[in-house]
Design a protein around this ligand. Structure first.
Ligand SMILES: Nc1ncnc2c1ncn2[C@@H]1O[C@H](COP(=O)(O)OP(=O)(O)OP(=O)(O)O)[C@@H](O)[C@H]1O
Length: 659
């Protein structure tokens, strides 16, 4: 009934977009916990695997016609009864057979358990490299067979396209249509792709398309109004999505947590010429201010403030200026922002310049975000700093965060290799309970002892030595850097030393698939930003496993441990051998400004006694505490953003609008 209902409702989605009262939230959480404990306990999961295996035994040796008939029956049953346990086992058995016949991959028992949890709307944690892409096919195919339109959400276009093309034969065998939507696809192409039963796309693409639909739907929020309007066909031709029926989010922690800090905004140009000249002047004035004398940083270098002499100099500099410069508050605010643009935002770290444009680089994924821009004039200030054409200032048309958007799906499930530490927040915000799925085979991943140095130069020397040693052994090595700048600097050093290597970062994204395909070959050295982090599957050349498999070298830690663990997860996948190690320095961005007196003391101790294990242990704890502090800060930002969104929706609801 549910499936049929989904098809008949106009633009299906949850419309209760306000914060639920605490009693409702408590009830929801209790109900999910009950389902987790009673319906998805270990014994039930194993019983389900058995049921699938016995259905499979019955299907073994059946003719193609018999299999097609079984598929037809199960499809009808799923459509009639919804996702009931009785039809699920048979459906899973058919998907497993389809996979074996089309891809040559038979779902492992643990993948059956994962798929079962996904179809029931749970969050699953499966170790990196355990085959989540294949696991998702079970839930996506079964939900699509039941009549739902499914979106499989990934972190970037490369993965969306890769997963969709690789899994397409399986879905085709089941009579399901598949498509993928890339960020730069045109409106007609998008609309057509979203008609498919299963669509692969990124969270950003999906959310922007939803916002566009919200603008097209205007204030038609009540189902009755939409039903009446449906006869005129007025809005159906304009919307892109078939509604929000069922989403499976891959890399949940990246999409639902890390990316949830920034709202997605659709805007239109609406600024004036005066505003443009204002930004150029702000940069010119800011260039004349000297650090320490005219401005200074806060203790953790997160904020900049003008000194008294800085304020006086600014007053002199703007004495003849007109307009906004006459207002002291506006003038100082603009110059402080311009100082941030000059000194805190670095080229090839936070952004790149390409084709006369400033393009933001997402630190979490290492990728360019072509449709994103900084808010409140920062984009224009950085463009003025880099002497490129200024984007006209923009006016917000619609805005939503991932936190609010993904709550609107009628059914949501997710997966990741690293979501243990944020399971509580995911459960609170999205009402998704986590289930841990054990690995198919025991892990053979080996950790090589970390090295921490007082100075960056010592660190880079140790990194070069490690790379050369791996290359001499013939073991492929993946070196993870935090920024494009760091990757390029290391590349230049290796080139100077005559070490053959490949570089993968946002400026060389066209050759991504090629570089990844070769990264597991004998003696290969690959330097990469986070582009080679999440989701990337590096296949080992024959004979490389005997050399120890892929070695992952971390040259700098990120704001949160999950990103580092994802990079580590590129080695030792599917029970293969592999190793990893960290080579860090106390001059790294993460810790260079964290508790400065402790940093100075540790540097002193490390310089005088570099081999001291106790100091090494304290230094590692110091790194972790910096990560913990940043994670806490980001968690608070997300909570604040969600609260602000609820408040905004509450005020908008009086006008009958949603965004
Ligand atoms: N049932 C299976 N049998 C054989 N190989 C499999 C099976 N499932 C997955 N694989 C292989 O395991 C590798 C890793 O799969 P995949 O990239 O989906 O893992 P993942 O869990 O998504 O990893 P990550 O967390 O890093 O994204 C792939 O090469 C895939 O072909």
């Amino acid at each position: 009934m549910y499936a049929l209902q989904t098809r008949t409702v106009q633009y299906p989605q949850r419309t209760d977009w306000h914060e639920d009262p605490w009693l409702v939230r408590l009830w929801d959480r209790g109900a999910t916990l009950f389902r987790r404990l009673i319906l998805m306990n270990e014994a039930r999961q194993k019983a389900f695997v058995q049921a699938v295996a016995s259905c499979e035994t019955h299907l073994q040796g059946a003719t193609l016609e018999a299999l097609q008939q079984a598929l037809c029956d199960v499809r009808l049953q799923l459509r009639r009864e919804g996702l009931q346990q009785s039809s699920l086992a048979q459906a899973f058995a058919l998907v497993r057979m389809a996979s074996q016949q089309t891809l040559g991959l038979r779902h492992h028992d643990v993948q059956i358990r994962g798929g079962h949890a996904l179809v029931q709307g749970f969050l699953i944690e499966m170790n990196t490299g355990e085959g989540k892409t294949l696991t998702a096919t079970l839930a996506a195919a079964v939900a699509a067979l039941s009549g739902r339109q499914v979106q499989v959400v990934t972190v970037n276009d490369y993965l969306a396209q890769r997963d969709a093309t690789e899994m397409q034969p399986l879905y085709e065998w089941l009579g399901l249509t598949t498509a993928w939507v890339l960020e730069d696809a045109g409106p007609a192409e998008r609309r057509q792709a979203y008609q498919a039963d299963i669509v692969y796309c990124t969270g950003k693409t999906l959310t922007f398309d939803y916002l566009k639909d919200r603008i097209a739907l205007d204030d038609r929020v009540s189902p009755l109004k939409m039903l009446l309007d449906a006869y005129t066909g007025h809005w159906q031709q304009q919307v892109l999505l078939p509604g929000l029926q069922f989403a499976i989010v891959d890399e949940v922690d990246s999409i639902l947590i890390d990316e949830a800090r920034t709202p997605l905004i659709i805007s239109s140009s609406g600024g004036s010429v005066e505003e443009e000249t204002f930004y150029v002047s702000a940069i010119e004035f800011a260039r004349q201010l000297q650090e320490a004398e005219h401005f200074q940083y806060s203790e953790n270098r997160q904020l900049i403030d003008l000194t008294l002499s800085g304020r006086q100099l600014l007053e002199q500099l703007t004495a003849d200026a007109e307009g906004l410069w006459c207002n002291r508050f506006r003038r100082e605010e603009a110059v402080l922002q311009a100082l941030s643009a000059l000194h805190r935002f670095q080229r090839d770290v936070h952004y790149i310049v390409r084709d006369d444009k400033v393009l933001i680089v997402d630190e979490h994924t290492g990728r360019i975000m072509p449709d994103r821009s900084w808010e409140k004039g920062m984009q224009q200030l950085i463009e003025a700093k880099e002497h490129v054409s200024l984007t006209p200032p923009r006016i917000t048309l619609a805005k939503i965060s991932f936190q609010l958007f993904f709550r609107r799906f009628l059914q949501l499930s997710g997966m990741s290799g690293t979501c243990r530490e944020i399971a509580g927040e995911i459960s609170r915000v999205y009402n998704l309970r986590m289930i841990r799925i054990p690995p198919h085979k025991p892990s053979q991943r080996v950790q090589v002892p970390s090295q921490i140095f007082a100075d960056a130069e010592q660190k880079w020397l140790a990194i070069e030595t490690c790379i050369i040693e791996c290359q001499l052994r013939g073991q492929p090595i993946l070196v993870g850097t935090r920024s494009i700048l760091a990757a390029d600097t290391l590349s230049a050093r290796l080139q100077y030393g005559g070490v053959e290597h490949q570089v993968l970062h946002a400026r060389q994204d066209e050759t991504e698939a090629e570089i990844i395909a070769e990264a597991g070959q004998r003696g290969r050295v690959t330097l990469a930003t986070n582009m080679a982090g999440r989701g990337t599957d590096i296949k080992l050349q024959a004979g490389v496993a005997a050399l120890g498999g892929l070695h992952v070298l971390i040259t700098e830690l990120h704001d949160n441990q999950r990103i580092d663990r994802q990079l580590i997860g590129r080695c030792a996948r599917q029970g293969e051998p592999g190793s990893w190690q960290e080579i860090l320095s106390l001059e790294d961005e993460l810790v260079s400004n964290w508790l400065p007196p402790l940093n100075r003391l540790l540097r002193l101790l490390l310089r005088s006694s570099p081999e001291n294990r106790l100091i090494g242990w304290v230094a590692r704890a110091y790194y972790r505490s910096a990560q913990w502090m940043l994670e806490r800060l980001h968690r608070r930002i997300r909570a604040k953003l969600l609260k602000a969104e609820f408040n905004l929706r509450r005020s908008l609801s009086f006008t009958g609008k949603m965004e």
